[in-house]
Design a protein around this ligand. Structure first.
Ligand code: FAD
Length: 483
């Protein structure tokens, strides 16, 4: 019961009791890339595991957000990430290469199958709204759903909400976005059907100067059914100057084109200054995204070759939030670590990507794709690999709490590469494995022997990186960078 107080506040009844409905070894909060990696790993380790998700499906941003391209070269994948992608490839639902386009509906099914096969309990349509903390250690979470407000206890908790909701509720420290608090823009993606791919291809081939130069970002390989185009610079500029497109729209980014189905995935909406942890702001971002999308569709149908007879198939059903909290871990990954391909004694895997060295991606300051955006206008994007240290997943301020996903402990600059889907799945697998080991041994997250964790990850096909005595022969980040 809640009482209304004068002065604009309400108070919970002091005697309010919340029922403890279940107890687990491991709770995973959030069923996106990090959460699926964590839940599958913990379940396979034999830990009694619960995965809590506010939506009705798994995969989070990668599926519901329609973000259907893994931004990392396929040959760098290992562990559960490779397994899930290989399952999609076998079903004809993903293509391998420097980046990996996939069918988001199929990934939902692949994750669901693997989570259930691992013996994990699932709770959909449920928000985690608070954390239970005692003597500096997390003991469980409070959830809300159709059944009301309930408490669920666990020995270990993996926060895979992407926003670090559990960590924030528990009182852990975090950095919002960049050092000045600014965050990357939010986006909804949408798919257009009945695209005339022949006409689109002809335009791309005849107007190479109108597109980003880098061949990892842009590629036109019709014989392999691969097309990805970012640019259409002059068409966009003319429309923007006439007020037909948003003032911050400088390029049209077609994330992928499926030649057989004639479907194009559009990643061009950009809304700046949205705080993804503020429900009112998220709503504003959603509405503004949809306004920009309508303008883009009108523009594409009128001006962009291949789109005249196209139609809108679907849109992201959750706002694509690129950045919010970076939870303070025992270590914080920085951009130097990434650029130098640093090796860590507590490595839990390799993260590779093609990156314009030293340049901002999806800057909070707008101008993405603009004439002075060197990353998108003049750079080539060489391959870069670094190891991921376990310490960036271990919450510094709260025991038995891990952060698995884009909110891992990394600076805004390092987050350019850590926020991609493959590293999020990878850190999920490490966090879930660590949580299961700690629950089994009845120890805290900070007492875990790193070699035990590394041996377990290795046994589950994770490539750790450099040689580790007594654990792995290793593939150095340097080697991985050139393969
Ligand atoms: C527009 C956009 C484009 C991108 N482009 C690419 C790309 O091309 N390639 C690439 O590899 N990556 C890309 N990324 C990055 C990548 O998609 C994400 O960073 C990554 O998928 C995040 O995974 P995650 O597990 O951390 O979070 P998510 O996948 O967002 O998962 C978090 C899950 O937690 C749930 N949740 C959140 N809060 C709660 C709560 N309180 N209670 C219960 N459940 C909760 C959510 O519903 C969600 O399912 C893009 C991201 C965006 C937004």
């Amino acid at each position: 019961m809640v009482a209304y107080l004068k002065g604009g506040e309400v108070s919970y009844n002091a005697d309010q009791k919340i029922p403890v409905v279940r107890t687990y070894d491991v709770i995973v909060a959030g069923g996106g890339s990090g959460g699926c990696g964590a839940a599958v790993a913990a379940g396979r380790m034999g830990a009694k595991t619960l995965l809590i998700e506010r939506a009705s499906y798994l995969g989070g941003t990668s599926t519901g957000g329609l973000m259907a391209v893994m931004w990392a070269p396929y040959d760098s994948y290992s562990g559960y990430c490779k397994e899930a992608v290989d399952e999609m490839v076998a079903m004809g639902a993903a293509q391998t290469g420097p980046i990996v386009p996939f069918d988001p509906s199929i990934l939902k099914q692949v994750h669901l199958r693997n989570v259930l096969k691992a013996g994990v309990d699932l709770l959909f349509y449920t928000y985690v709204v608070d954390a239970i903390v005692e003597n500096g250690a997390i003991k469980g979470v409070i959830v809300e759903n159709k059944s009301g407000r309930q408490a669920i206890l666990a020995h270990q908790v993996v926060d895979a909400t992407a926003d670090g909701d559990v960590a924030a509720f528990a009182g852990a420290g975090f950095q919002m976005g960049r050092s000045d608090g600014a965050m990357r823009p939010v986006t909804i993606l949408f798919r257009m059907g009945n695209v005339d791919t022949k006409e689109l291809l002809e335009y791309a081939n005849d107007n190479a100067d109108q597109f980003i130069k880098d061949t990892h970002v842009n590629f036109v390989v019709p014989e392999e059914g691969k097309l990805r185009l970012a640019g259409f610079f002059d068409l966009v500029k003319t429309a923007r100057e006439k007020g037909e497109l948003d003032k911050d729209c400088h390029y049209l980014r077609i994330e992928t084109v499926d030649f057989d189905k004639k479907v194009a995935l559009i990643n061009t909406v950009r809304v700046y200054g949205v705080d993804g942890t503020d429900a009112w702001d998220v709503t504003r971002g959603e509405i503004e995204s949809r306004r920009q999308m309508e303008a883009l569709i009108t523009f594409m149908k009128a001006k962009v070759p291949g789109f005249r007879k196209s139609f809108l198939i679907d849109t992201s059903d959750m706002l694509g939030v690129r950045e919010t909290r970076h939870v303070h871990g025992v270590y914080t990954l920085n951009y130097d670590d990434v650029l130098k391909g640093r090796q860590f004694d507590d490595t839990i895997g390799i993260n590779c990507t093609h990156l314009p060295h030293g340049k901002e991606m999806h800057s909070p300051d707008a101008n993405e794709g603009g004439e002075t955006d060197v990353a998108n206008r003049v750079d080539d994007w060489p391959r870069l690999c670094h190891e991921i240290p376990f310490r960036i997943l271990v919450a510094k301020d709260i025991d038995n709490l891990y952060v698995a996903g884009r909110h891992m402990s990394a600076t805004h600059e390092a987050d350019r590469v850590t926020r991609n889907i493959p590293p999020c799945i990878l850190v999920g697998q490490a966090a879930g494995t660590a949580a299961a080991l700690c629950a089994r041994k009845k120890i805290t997250s900070k007492q875990l022997d790193i070699r035990t964790l590394q041996r377990e990850l290795l046994a589950n096909d994770v490539i750790l990186g450099h040689p580790i005595p007594g654990v792995a022969k290793g593939v150095s980040a340097g080697q991985a960078a050139t393969t």
